[in-house]
Design a protein. Sequence first.
Lengths: 341, 341
Amino acid sequence: MLQEIAEQPAALARTIQSERAKLSRLGAFLKQRDIDLIVLVARGSSDNAALFGRYLLEITTGIPVSLSAPSVHTIYRAKLRLQHALVVGVSQSGEGEDINQVLANARAGGAYTVGITNEPVSAMVNVVDETLLTHGGRERSVAATKTFTGQMLLFYLLAEALAGTKPPWSCDTIPDFAARALEQQPAILELVQRYVFMENCVVVGRGLAYANAYELALKLMETCYVVAERFSSADFLHGPVAMVERHFPVILFAPPGVMLPGVKSLIGRLRELRADSLVITSDLDAAASCARAIIMPKEIDEFGAPIPYIIPGQLFAALLAEAKGLDPDQPRSLSKVTRTL
Amino acid sequence: MLQEIAEQPAALARTIQSERAKLSRLGAFLKQRDIDLIVLVARGSSDNAALFGRYLLEITTGIPVSLSAPSVHTIYRAKLRLQHALVVGVSQSGEGEDINQVLANARAGGAYTVGITNEPVSAMVNVVDETLLTHGGRERSVAATKTFTGQMLLFYLLAEALAGTKPPWSCDTIPDFAARALEQQPAILELVQRYVFMENCVVVGRGLAYANAYELALKLMETCYVVAERFSSADFLHGPVAMVERHFPVILFAPPGVMLPGVKSLIGRLRELRADSLVITSDLDAAASCARAIIMPKEIDEFGAPIPYIIPGQLFAALLAEAKGLDPDQPRSLSKVTRTL
């Protein structure tokens, strides 16, 4: 897992280079089709990448996005009206049967379908109109890392292709941002010792960083067996904050941008409750208000943050698992391809 | 909270009687508007009711549903294309500022907007085209119960109004089903003693019962301060199942219907892992395979189950809070109206 985390800057650069031209053709084609809805279909880490895609696509393109409930299609057998929809399936292996079944049904119903996968030879490739590849090389760890950030990157490229105007980010800076994030490894190696006996926690992020909260929580569940909840800072205040007692661990993503004031106000509230807070941020005020902080480079801006900010989270989970004497590459009860319908 | 839980059969009957005619007029009107997307906007328990509404509406009407990310509208200021959308806001108090702002923006952008609330005099009523009321009477407990099931009921009525054909349920049976569910109270009062020292757990449901898992988890977090995760049985197998060790508590909703085989196969897996499982079901096989069971009446069928099946969950949370020496009506750190943007 640590090795695959470290491969991310190179994998991201390969994906930009290999897929950009295809995406730009796809964008021109889709603009003529008058897409009025985007449906994203995925499970596990891929579903967290889709959650990021949801925010990015709605903010950038103005097209409403729905995160699909696969069982509506596969078990309740509903036929949704998707004639003007773009349906995007996301699966590392390309072998998620439920995801592929939703894609096949949507295509048969007139939707344009795209598959995002790391496996150019997979069942998904055969059921979609177009395939977008993460160029991560084989992912051996059960806990997805490089394919997760590769999927996020393809959502950036898709949003660029669908947006009418120049978007507020440049994908070309993201591999460098990811490389900068990897420099946190020695600091995180020290930090995790303090969390060796943590049994549960809450992870908070909002907006473009909301998916990071989901993904770090999933990594902590999968590799460290920590009962990790995930919330947006707004939803957290609608009930779950009642769980927080003195020293309750809360991990927060606080990248720069329009969400930062809200997250900082939650940090203030957590301080009053004497929670044990760990923040991933470049904001020194936010860092000073928390028990612990992972300080990110200042130059990573709002729209560039989602990929580099998950990297310290991946490192935290992998190193905490090792510190707990667990093997993050082979979590108990899991295999690389999960078959569900 | 216990008193408000007990009021549900009467409140549900009042809501059917008071709102059905309005819904049927609304349905006729909306069929002429050619709605191609339904967007649901809510937070907290209301968002869990919306999650139920999502499954019911997609299965029944074939119209795609998107659960809104309010911050896309309120903080990122995106203008989504919602001209042919029905946008439904759900808020017990009708005072959720972010929900109301999304409704106002959507209406200004050409969407038809509906508000579901318990407060006929509230800010929400003034920003929407049509209001649907839960006739619960004032809800005093911070933990929502009767307004939650009232919101679910309005989604049944809305689905009936939008569907082309006769739906596979009859709302008129639901208040009776709810009354039958209340008969579980003495059994649950005994059961909760066993869970007094439970600190974390996972709640599982799928399809039409998925929202029940979210709602029971939220109730456990709010009133019992238990770190309660919530998953569909499919998502649970995509990673989080790694957390399950011997005696790890898992609560499952296993109502009759097409999802039951999948939930039973998860129960088998949990048994191998020696998890401590509690199932809410009318299936005696499922009950026999779990450590503990709450046995529901056989006559509660697949589409009638979602409301009566959450009631033992509400009772479990309220009675467990009391057994832990907590006040379920006044959870720490919470107030009845949460203000977030």
